[in-house]
Design a protein around this ligand. Structure first.
Ligand SMILES: NC(=O)c1ccc[n+]([C@@H]2O[C@H](COP(=O)([O-])OP(=O)(O)OC[C@H]3O[C@@H](n4cnc5c(N)ncnc54)[C@H](OP(=O)(O)O)[C@@H]3O)[C@@H](O)[C@H]2O)c1
Length: 288
């Protein structure tokens, strides 16, 4: 199988490049980064030419503007990159009869549900990042029937910086910690997600998937669990609400994602607590 990964210099894209089976031909592309082809998905002509030239069986599109607060400040820029950039890739893949997998987000939902969201529940984003990702989903659904849409949430990865690293770094530096209790989702280990995506692209069972580590929790629970396991049991974390942590982007309150479609095919990620432990172990930080 010939696979193009767009966003290959990013956290998930980079992991996918290293996890695709050796028998696959993998071509990485990104707007920047070393060892990957340079491609800006907002450039329609360049995107179409690049994908036509590569003749892939599938394109895995992980590239996005993932700065949620940045997207809130510049919603039209978010739309151009995440929405229309994805539309460009969808048109380009359809033109050369390649399949396409698009990585989307829990933030396509409004967070008002009283049970975990199913794959075909109605999307209703409440912030510009979520809106831009919904536009990408809709464009792909209407332009290339051979699509997988994989929604995920709260990724944590080795390298780079995200919520988990920020919490661990603050605890190591002896800083005081305040974390919100009223934002709930599924922490997801990039390594587990990449493994699941590699399995999914072999199925040819196109559609919408929720691939997250099993179980949902608040950001506070996520931080507490990681700190306890990393030997910071005595580090207090103040419980605050999102009102006390104002941000340009309004996060949906409850976006636990139910993985029904993937589980039916045996594609299921381990519980998030086990994934956090595996992450800490590889970082050399697991103490209990
Ligand atoms: N991180 C999360 O918690 C999370 C949660 C749910 C869903 N997701 C989705 O998961 C996917 C992967 O996330 P990630 O954490 O791996 O993101 P990431 O590390 O930010 O990687 C995204 C990559 O896309 C590149 N990119 C940005 N604009 C581009 C353009 N116009 N053309 C080509 N490449 C471009 C970025 O380059 P620059 O860094 O130079 O901008 C970056 O290398 C994204 O689609 C995201 O929406 C992420």
């Amino acid at each position: 199988m010939r696979v193009v990964v767009i966003g290959a210099a990013g956290r998930l894209g980079g992991k996918l490049m290293s996890m695709l089976p050796a028998t696959y031909e993998a071509i990485g592309a990104d707007i920047g980064g070393d060892g990957v082809a340079q491609l800006d998905v907002t450039d329609f002509a360049a995107t179409r030419a690049f994908i036509a030239e590569q003749k892939p069986d599938i394109v895995i599109h992980t590239a996005a503007w993932t700065d949620v607060d940045g997207c809130a400040k510049e919603p039209e820029k978010a739309l151009v990159i995440n929405g229309y950039g994805t539309q460009n890739v969808a048109i380009a893949t359809a033109a050369c009869e390649a399949a396409m997998l698009y990585v989307s987000t829990n933030e396509v939902f409004d967070g008002t549900a009283n049970r975990p969201y199913y794959e075909y529940d109605r999307t209703h984003p409440i912030n510009p990042y979520g809106y831009s990702k919904v536009v990408g989903e809709r464009a792909l659904m209407s332009l290339n029937p051979r699509h997988y849409i994989v929604r995920t949430s709260w990724l944590f990865a080795h390298g780079g910086r995200n919520f988990l690293q920020a919490i661990l770094g603050a605890a190591q530096a002896g800083k005081s910690l305040r974390v919100v209790t009223n934002e709930i989702a599924n922490p997801t280990y990039t390594d587990d997600l990449a493994e699941a995506i590699v399995k999914l692209i072999q199925t040819e069972r196109y559609g919408i998937y929720h691939l997250v580590n099993e179980g949902a929790c608040s950001r506070w629970d996520f931080a507490r669990y990681a700190l306890d396991k990393a030997g910071f049991k005595n580090t207090p974390i103040a419980r605050i609400s999102t009102h006390e942590w104002p941000r340009p982007s309004v996060p949906p309150a409850y976006t636990s994602l139910a993985n029904i479609a993937g589980a039916a095919q045996g594609i299921q990620l381990r519980p998030w607590q086990q994934a956090v432990e595996a992450f800490l172990e590889r970082e050399g930080l697991l103490v209990s």
